[in-house]
Design a protein. Structure first.
Length: 196
């Protein structure tokens, strides 16, 4: 496929705009947009990404990337900057197209009930979790009751009551460093004994 003709843009005028941009004059982006935006949109982006909103986003991204990378552009002979911009637009369009394909594949791979939940206007009622929470709480309490009382106290204060390390250490009459050791040993003992 041959590259589209960027149209009758004077190369000297184009180079002057590029030099202004490379010198930090962002206002010089206006002529580039005027000269090439329509051609990039219609001939380069839209054929590869035929969703208008996405194509418009890619056009914006293309010009953003051009401005970010303008220092890297080096003109060659009488070749227009259009072809460099065209390559950026193609790459961005392909990235968006691949992202859309991944999103569709992910959505298609979801179980029907999950897809239904995402498309429903109201969330379905939450499942009854109270019995499960009560069972878990009972299992935790049983495991704590089987531990060394100091270990159980450290776990209760730090994890169930959400006290700070300093508060826990003060309540147990030890230094924070000693409390950390007790808590570490308590966690290890709890893991070994849970579930009961």
């Amino acid at each position: 496929m041959t590259a589209p003709d960027p149209g009758p843009v004077d190369i000297a005028a184009e180079r002057a705009v590029v030099l202004r941009l490379q010198a930090g004059d962002r206002a010089a982006a206006g002529p580039l947009f005027t000269w090439f935006s329509d051609k990039l949109y219609r001939q380069v982006i839209l054929p590869r990404l035929p969703v208008r909103e996405l194509a418009e986003d890619v056009l914006k991204d293309t010009f953003r990337i051009v401005l970010e990378r303008i220092a890297q552009y080096h003109p060659e002979g009488n070749v227009s900057i259009f072809f460099w911009m065209r390559r950026i637009a193609i790459n961005r369009a392909m990235d968006v197209h691949r992202a859309q394909a991944r999103q569709r594949a992910f959505t298609d791979a979801r179980p029907p009930e999950e897809t239904a939940a995402l498309t429903m206007s109201e969330a379905p009622p939450a499942p009854e979790v109270a019995p499960e929470q009560a069972e878990t709480r009972a299992a935790v309490e049983l495991s704590l009751s089987r531990l060394n009382p100091r270990y159980a106290e450290a776990l209760r204060m730090r994890l169930l009551e959400d006290r700070t390390r300093e508060e826990c250490a003060a309540a147990m009459g030890v230094t924070v460093g000693n409390f950390d050791v007790i808590l570490h040993r308590a966690c290890k003992a709890f893991r070994q004994g849970y579930p009961p």
